[in-house]
Design a protein around this ligand. Structure first.
Ligand code: GMT
Length: 375
């Protein structure tokens, strides 16, 4: 049977975080294939680029009223979903990150049901919605309910799927649909440009990208770099922003490393920087997938990471880099140097693993789920 083009609502965080990046890249790829995509969120997604007549953006505006100590975003979001589903005649809502998107979608679905409109909801779990925030008891009943009442549930790794069953009372089937990348083109050109900006020809370039939250252990990144640069001429580029940035910058000054560590803030297209890197460093406390590591690998950049959560499903020990125990900074520094000694092996290993996470396969997996729930 010929599959028709769908009208898909995508709800997510419009920020630099992995879940927002995945939601946006997925929406853009679906639109490219001819589906009509409606992004519903509080601001224009940062990764949204180019012009495509199949893409619409619906902003969720929460008005300020003195009574609202906590503005009711979830309610306004649910109302916006009702409006967009009804008037844009959506076939399916795909919500990324359980909190509060899955519960808002449930409410929208019930309101629409009262009006005789059926809208299936697909929920994608990304990580901290389960591993950090979701298992907080104050969220638990709502998240459990919203997951159990979604029409389909996906998780970005086997590890996250297991965690979800472990932390919540879920009687829904969870399908693993991994994160993906658009294979990078013209890496050599970008590599030259990035290296010219950040390093000299005899220096190694290390890169870390994150939201600088405690879970990312950015102080470990700095300690690893301190040990590496004592033996190998090198520089570190810290991409992103967040609560631990100030502490990290202070540490850098106190350790006399300001001329070797650059804090560049949030960057719209991190692959332009990654292209120049010799090593990507991700020592997280917990990581459901590690999209930034995959982005690095797609540029042929080896990864030194912790062995937590979904990271072993992305970074393969001895092939695309090395995995070490959380907090074992000395071992991560030692293995970083091993990677430099056999860089071509790790670079091509990284690139070939990344190719297995190409967007096409994942797009088909999501589309199969949409067609199944749309009926
Ligand atoms: O990295 C973050 O903390 C942001 C967070 C998010 O929701 O944007 O990332 C989570 O989702 C990403 C996309 O699926 C995953 O690649 C990250 O591993 C995951 N973060 C954590 O589990 C800490």
């Amino acid at each position: 049977m010929e599959k028709r083009f769908l009208r898909i609502g995508i709800v997510g965080y419009p920020t630099f975080g992995g879940s927002g990046v995945v939601a946006t890249e997925l929406g853009m790829a679906l639109a490219e294939q001819g589906h009509e995509v409606h992004f519903i969120t509080y601001s224009q997604p940062v990764r949204l680029k180019g012009i495509n007549k199949n893409i619409r953006f619906h902003e969720v505006n929460v008005s300020d009223y003195p009574l609202f100590v906590y503005p009711p975003y979830e309610l306004v979001l649910a109302s916006k979903m009702v409006d967009v589903v009804k008037y844009e005649k959506l076939d399916v809502l795909h919500v990324h990150y359980a909190i509060p998107h899955a519960s808002a979608a449930y409410m929208a679905k019930k309101i629409l049901e009262d009006e005789g409109i059926r809208i299936p909801v697909v929920t994608t779990l990304h990580g901290t919605d389960i591993t950090l925030v979701g298992k907080d008891d104050s969220f638990k009943p709502v998240i459990t309910f919203a997951i159990n009442h979604s029409d389909a549930v996906t998780a970005v790794s086997e590890s996250l799927k297991k965690d979800t069953y472990r932390f919540f009372d879920i009687h829904q089937n969870i399908e693993v649909v991994p994160n993906f990348i658009e294979p990078a083109a013209n890496c050599d050109h970008w590599r030259q440009l990035a290296r010219k900006e950040f390093v000299t020809s005899d220096e190694k370039m290390l890169v870390h990208i994150s939201n600088f939250r405690p879970v990312k252990r950015i102080m470990d990144v700095l300690e690893i770099f301190k040990a590496v640069q004592a033996e190998v001429p090198s520089r570190l580029v810290m991409v992103g922003d967040g609560p631990e940035r100030h502490k990290a910058e202070q540490w850098t000054r106190e350790n006399g490393l300001t001329s070797q560590i650059d804090f560049v803030g949030n960057v719209k297209d991190p692959q332009e920087i990654l292209a120049g890197a010799d090593l990507f460093v991700l020592p997280s406390e917990s990581e459901s997938f590690g999209l930034s590591a995959l982005e690095a690998m797609s540029m042929g950049v080896p990864v030194i990471s912790s062995n937590t959560g979904g990271l072993p499903e992305v970074n393969q020990d001895g092939v695309s880099g090395y995995l070490c125990a959380v907090g074992d900074v000395a071992e991560m520094a030692r293995k970083s140097k091993l990677i430099f000694e056999d860089w071509n092996h790790f670079s091509s290993g990284a690139r070939s693993i990344a190719l297995k996470f190409g967007i096409d396969r994942v797009l088909n997996q999501y589309l199969a789920i949409y067609y199944r729930v749309v009926v």
